[in-house]
Design a protein around this ligand. Sequence first.
Ligand code: ADP
Ligand code: MG
Length: 701
Amino acid sequence: MNANLLQTPIVYLKGVGPNRSETLLSELGIGTYQDLLNLFPNRYIDKTQYLKIAHLQRSNADVQIIGKIVHIKTVEQKKGKRLVATFADDTGQMELVWFRSQKWIRENLKLNTPYVVFGRCNWYNGSFSMPHPEMELLSEHQQGLKISMQPVYPSTEKLAGKGITNRVINKLVQQLFLETKGQFFESLSPPLLQELKLLSKSEAMFNVHFPKNQELLAKARFRLKFEELFYIQLQLISKKLLRKQKIKGYSFDKVGAHFISFYTEHLPFALTEAQKRVLKEIRSDLGSNAQMNRLLQGDVGSGKTIVAVMSMLLAIDNGFQSCLMAPTEILANQHYNGIRELLEGTGVRCALLTGSVKKSVRRPIHEQLENGELQILIGTHALLEDKVRFKNLGLAIVDEQHRFGVAQRSKLWHKNEIPPHVLVMTATPIPRTLAMSLYGDLDISVIDELPPGRKPIKTVHRYDSNRLKVFRFIRDEIKKGRQIYVVYPLIKESEALDYKDLMDGYESIVRDFPLPDYQISIVHGQMKAVDKEYEMQRFVLGETQIMVATTVIEVGVNVPNASVMIIESAERFGLSQLHQLRGRVGRGADQSFCILMTGHKLSTEAKTRLETMVQTHDGFEIAEVDLRLRGPGDLMGTQQSGVLNLKIADIVRDNDILKTARYYALKILKEDPSLEKPENGVIRHTYAQLIKHKNIWNYIS
Ligand code: ADP
Ligand code: MG
C-alpha cells in the first residue's frame, strides 16, 4: 500500500463526491481515508446467535429467533388496527406485531412454516412482542451468505437527513477496504504484538468493521483500544521524562535546622503514615536536579496543610523562599492564620497578600520579598501580579481545593529563570484512570488516610416533609453548644430563583429559631466581600449558631465546632460538591452529621448520588461513581473534555487496558527513551506520524 494513501482526501473515495465529503467533514470530522477508517462502530447487531423464546430477557435488545407462526389475527383498537401473529418455537410463544403494511404481510406470511425473525423485543402486557420484525424463511436463510455482525456507525440527524445512512457508511468503508486492499501499516512493534497476542493492524481493522464473529471482534477492539491508549500514554510519559531532563530545578539537598526543629519541637501531632510517605516523595523530588511538578491529592481534612508547611521549611533550609496560593481570600486568610500558629516560635517570617491588603501594608511586603527577609508568602491570585517579585522563589504551592485549574500553574514559574518547584494540592480525588490520562505527565502523591480519632460523619437522607423533625434535631445540637450549616444550591442559569429559595429558607429558619436565643449568619454570592467576611467571622467566633449559605462556603472555612451540615435540595448538587460540603463538618472531636434534604421526586441518578453519600466517605470511591454517572467530559469541565475524546477506548470501562497501555509505554520509554532500538522503530514512526497529522486525539495542549 502506498504510504500516503490513507491521507487522501475523502472526496476522492468512490461514492463520496463534494456534497457528501462536506457533510462527512462537518458531521463526523472525516476529512481523509484515515479518518473514515478510524470511524468505529458504536455497536453491532449480532446475527450469529439464535435465541429460544423461553430464554428471552426483558433487557434483550435485538434478538434472532427461529420458529413458526401458528396463528394470526387483526386486533382493532381506538388507536387503530394492528396485525398480531402468535409465533412459537419448542420452548414457548410470543407475538409479532405490525402496524403498517398489514394487508401485504397477511397475504404473504406462511403459517406453520419455519422462519427466522429478527428485531427488538419488548416486554408488554406480560409477554414478549416484536414489532415489525425482519423475517426470512429458514430455508432461504440457510442458503444465503450472511454478514453475521452488522456494524452500527455513529450518526447524526443531519447525516441521516442527507441520505448518509448507516448502510451508506458501511458501503463507503467497504469501498475503502477495496481501494486499499485492506492492507494497513502495522503501528505496534513486533514484541508488543507477540507479548500481548494482539491482532495485526490489518486484521483488527477488518474485524472491527466487518467482524467475522464475536471473538474476533473482541480481539480487534482490544487491539485498537490498546493502541489508542498506548500512544496517549507514550506522549504523556515522554513529556514528563523530557521535562525532568530539560527543566532544571533547584536542588534542595539539605534537611536543615528549620525542618528538624519543627519536626521535633513544634509538630502538634504525629504525622499519619500517608503524610510521611508523601513528604518523602516530595523530599526526593526537591533533592533531585529537576523541577518538581507534583499533584498532591488528599480528601478534605486529610492534612495537606502540614505537608505544605514542612515542604516550605525544606525550601527555607536551603535558602529559598516559598509561596502558597489559595483560590479565595477566606481560604488564604485561614491558611495564613493556621500556618502562623504552626510556625509560632520558629522565627520563620511569613506574610499575607490578597486583594484587600492595604497599600501601606503591601509596600513593605514587596520590599521584604525582594530583599529576602520574607520567607513565606501566602495569598490569592494577587501573588501573580507583576509587582510581586521574589528574591529567590524556590517552591510554589497551589491549593486548588476542588478546582482543576491547570492554567494558572504555569504563570508562577515565569518569575525566575530557573522555575520553582511546584506542588498543586487538590481536595477532589480524581479517579486513577482519569488522573492517568489527564495528569499522566505529572507526578502524583496521594494522602489516602485521615488523621486518627476522627468520628465518621453520620450521613442521612431526609425528605422535606420531615423538616420539623430535622429542626428539632438542630435545636438539640445547638443546646449542646454545636453550630450548624444550612446550604442552598446556587446554579448559575437560574440564579434569581435559587436566590429566592435561599431567602425563603433563611426567613423560615429565622422564624423557627428566633432572637435572642438564636443568632443566624447568612452568606451568599450577591453580598459584598466585607459583609461576607463579617458574617463568616461571626460564625467562626461562635457568635452565631446557624450559618445559612449558598455554596460559597464550599471552598473555605474551618470551624471545628460546627457539627451539622444540612444540604437543601441535595438532589441538585453533584457528587463531588456534596462530598466537599460534607467535609466542612467532622473537624472537631464531636460526632458530626450531614443531612441531605430533598423532595420526593428524584431521578435515578439523583438517588444513586444520595445513596453513595449515605454509604461511603471515601473520596476516591465517590469520584469513581461520579465518573461513571457523568462521564469524563462533564467531570472535568468542558475545557478539558476534548482531551478525552477517545475514538474507541472508554476511559471508564477500559480501565484495565489503560493500565496495561501505561505499563508498556513506561517500560519501553525507560529502556529506550528516544525509541532508537530497531524493534521500536515502528513505534517511533507511528508516533511521529500521529503528531504530524494531529491524529493523536487533539491531545497536545
Ligand atoms: P486539608 O487536607 O483538608 O487541607 P488540613 O490540612 O486543613 O486538611 O487538616 C485538617 C485538620 O487535621 C487540621 O485541623 C489539622 O491540624 C489536622 N491534622 C492534620 N494532620 C494531622 C495528624 N497527622 N494528626 C492529627 N491531626 C492532624
Ligand atoms: Mg486545606
